[in-house]
Design a protein around this ligand. Structure first.
Ligand SMILES: [Zn+2]
Length: 56
């Protein structure tokens, strides 16, 4: 069973510029792409909502 409640970094591909960036899955602040400033994750009630494409 996949445990979603663990803290970890995930690699997310920006849908705007294809930049790959490691972001924390429990980010408490907005995370923007370092290249094009597109929003990649927004904080929710404890777990970040990932907006980009998660790379395995
Ligand atoms: Zn980008």
């Amino acid at each position: 069973m996949f445990r979603e409640n663990i803290s970890k970094f995930v690699k997310v591909k920006c849908s705007g510029c294809n930049n790959e960036q490691n972001i924390f899955n429990k980010a408490s602040t907005k995370v923007e792409c370092l290249v094009c400033n597109k929003l990649l994750a927004t904080p929710t009630g404890g777990k970040a909502k990932i907006l980009g494409e998660i790379q395995s």
